[in-house]
Design a protein around this ligand. Structure first.
Ligand code: TA6
Length: 304
């Protein structure tokens, strides 16, 4: 549905407006009391979230493409139904089809001007993927307020078990990657994708980033936090129904070479992703549903 139709059905004067972009995408612009955000219908991709008087919490690359069928570099890409390359189909798109798929807006619920919840739907018929031809219904809700709550639920519409990976691939804005310390992962085993997938426990506490970092923590259920001493910002990432956490920054070489990221943009983002990946992929029984949630809160760095 295009912007005019969405405004007629879901628009809320002064709070929720749908717009066509110059390259033919449709986005929702949310403006509440001090809280703002943007969500593209393509991929149901949240690309901006601001809090009262605060800097943007999410990072979206100034060099990102915003064209139909191209993944937007930033915000919260929905990774589903596989993470990374598709092991059985090298020609399949990296990170699955959900982040470039045409999600449908199913509902909007406003809590005055404090918060707004938008719910999106995607079904197998919307994508007809040859790489994962399962019958499914995905529902994704975004609650924008002073905190951000994201929920991805997948229904198995078949009568047999299906397997899928998933992640909310969140890009956090940071003052500079050198100012960042990530807590909540110490002692957890991670797959180091910069070291050919070697598995080792994280000994550093907190995790700081001084080189390319692409770490998949397969079995962590704890809350993580990003402390950014450059902005005196403490971002808490709580989760439920998600066993894996990924920490990624491409660093100088890869970051500068990415046309939709570049230098110095790579210095101003870190991904801390919530998901169910590899060994922790979801194995969902027939006629059942799995839900994963993440709740993101922002405050000042607590006194030691
Ligand atoms: O989550 C980290 C990662 O898997 C990295 O390996 C890197 O590929 C990143 O995702 C971005 O992937 P993309 O397909 O968006 O360029």
């Amino acid at each position: 549905m295009r912007a005019a139709g969405l405004n007629a059905e879901f628009g809320i004067a002064g709070s929720l407006d749908f717009r066509e972009t110059e390259h033919g995408l449709v986005k929702a612009v949310i403006s509440l009391d001090g809280v703002g955000g943007e969500i593209y219908l393509q991929g149901a991709q949240l690309t901006a979230w601001q809090r009262p008087g605060g800097r943007p919490v999410l990072f979206t690359s100034p060099n990102s493409a915003f064209t139909p069928g191209r993944a937007i570099r930033g915000g919260v890409p929905i990774i589903f139904p596989w993470f990374g390359p598709n092991a059985s189909a090298p020609e399949a798109p990296q990170h699955g089809f959900a982040r470039t798929a045409p999600w449908r807006l199913a509902g909007v619920e406003a809590a005055g001007r404090e918060a707004l919840t938008m719910t999106f739907r995607l079904e197998d018929g919307d994508v007809a993927s040859p790489f994962w031809p399962e019958k499914f219904r995905a529902s994704y809700s975004v609650r924008l307020g002073r905190t951000l709550a994201l929920r991805l639920a997948v229904q198995n519409l078949t009568r047999r078990e299906i397997r899928f990976e998933e992640a909310l691939h969140t890009y956090f804005a940071v003052s500079d990657i050198a100012n960042v310390a990530i807590s909540g992962l110490a002692g957890a085993t991670f797959v180091d994708k910069t070291q050919a997938g070697a598995r080792q426990p994280l000994t550093a506490d907190p995790l700081t980033i001084t080189a390319e970092t692409d770490s998949v923590f397969l079995d962590t259920h704890r809350e993580c936090a990003i402390a950014d001493r450059g902005w005196d910002r403490h971002t808490t990432i709580a989760k439920d129904g998600a066993a894996s956490t990924v920490v990624w920054n491409p660093w100088a070489g890869k970051g500068a070479a990415m046309a939709d990221l570049g230098d110095p943009a790579w210095r101003h983002m870190v991904c801390v992703e919530t998901g169910n990946i590899a060994d922790k992929a979801v194995r969902l029984a027939g006629d059942s549903e799995h839900a994963m949630t993440t709740t993101i809160s922002v405050g000042a760095i607590p006194a030691p």
